[in-house]
Design a protein around this ligand. Sequence first.
Ligand code: SAH
Ligand code: SF4
Length: 448
Amino acid sequence: MNVYDSHRIADVLKPLGFELSDTPEGSDMMVLNTCHIREKATEKVFSELGRLKEHKIKKESEGDTKVIMAVAGCVAQAEGKIITQRAPFVDLVFGPQTYHRLPEMVSKLTGIRSGSKNKRHIDTDFPAEGKFDYLPEETQSQGSSAFLSVQEGCDKFCTFCVVPYTRGAEFSRPVQSILDEALSLVDKGAKELNLLGQNVNAYHGAGKDGKIADLAHLLHELSEINGLERLRYTTSHPRDMTENLIQAHGDIKELMPYLHLPIQSGSNKMLEAMNRKHDAQMYLDIINDLRKIRPDIAFSSDFIVGFPGETEQDHLDTMELVKQVSFAACYSFKYSPRPGTPAANMRGLVREDVKTERLIRLQQLLGDQQKQFNESQVGKILPVLLDRKGREEGQLHGRSPYNQAVHVKASPRLLNEIVNVRIKTATQSSLTGEILTSESESTKTKAA
Ligand code: SAH
Ligand code: SF4
């Protein structure tokens, strides 16, 4: 979501004459887009600001131009005042919901001479106007695999999570506005769209007929777009895996057989304390239903270890659930208390060394499963979307339908094509293979 927002911030700034720069050195404006989800991410903001400040000082000392230093994203939203106190060289602080107002904010700051006393601007509103109505069309191509934000915010209030406070209430963009953006992305070369939302499967936007459309409906509409080959969506909540959406995985061939479905814990006691509003069995039932509809579907998830009150037995329940599902990939974290969330005041804190030990055990198991899943693809032929250059000369990087990273030796002219690859080797993190045919799947046509 932050990568998407950063692109859109660049789009908003373009009409003001700003171009993206590969390095902060010599820039007229620096925007640090931030994440508040765990403490570690927040800590990074201040060390990064310290580093960026050097570029600002250097550039300002060389001439008369003011260098605008901005902090964006969820840390800005949650800690705007603290940022300007701790880092007085920051000129602009704006949250995830106000970046469409950047032209105004920047114009308030321009005309200030370098070295003059900082006039600062903070905009962390949740404005009544939707930012998507004000964002310009995307100016740069995101390449063959593009992000598209369809839903933002969250009303679930899991007790550990800052998202409902930093991103605000659930909001879904209307279907037509998403289709327009999708068409423009496909025009610019996208073959795969990753639909984004903090709670993407809670999507309920206004449909073309004025009725409320759910995510399954939106996926069906998008799958009709000519030249669009692959659809993915993230991140989902088990509570919103409706029958319609599960069925869509059987009906929409563009929908890739891979789903990121966070559960956080395999212990019902923990799930209740986290206010996840479902139990482990419900999760397992969803996985079963999806496997019935789409037998090759692969799953990934998020886990939190060491939530307040978590016992060894709770952790074993998590390990058990992981064994039952068998994941293709996973993200696991130590619980990190976030200011303002209900869990931050809960008793029964788990010791740091216990959290570490549980995380190691869990990651070992998840890592083994990921390796096994990758190894099970060896010898198979998979369609791979070659989305960027590989690290090595003459190599391209791509994604399998199951979201695995695949490295192949390939001519650069195959970049952004979907090619059939015979998988040769597998490690825990990626696959290598050989291209079978250069014939791109993307040559197929669909009814308009
Ligand atoms: N909407 C998604 C998750 C969004 S946050 C969902 O409902 O699952 C992404 C992940 O960060 C979460 O799934 C969770 O595993 C992790 N996370 C969020 N808050 C956290 C915290 N306070 N401590 C540790 N991990 C956290
Ligand atoms: Fe956070 Fe996801 Fe829970 Fe919403 S559903 S509060 S985003 S973890």
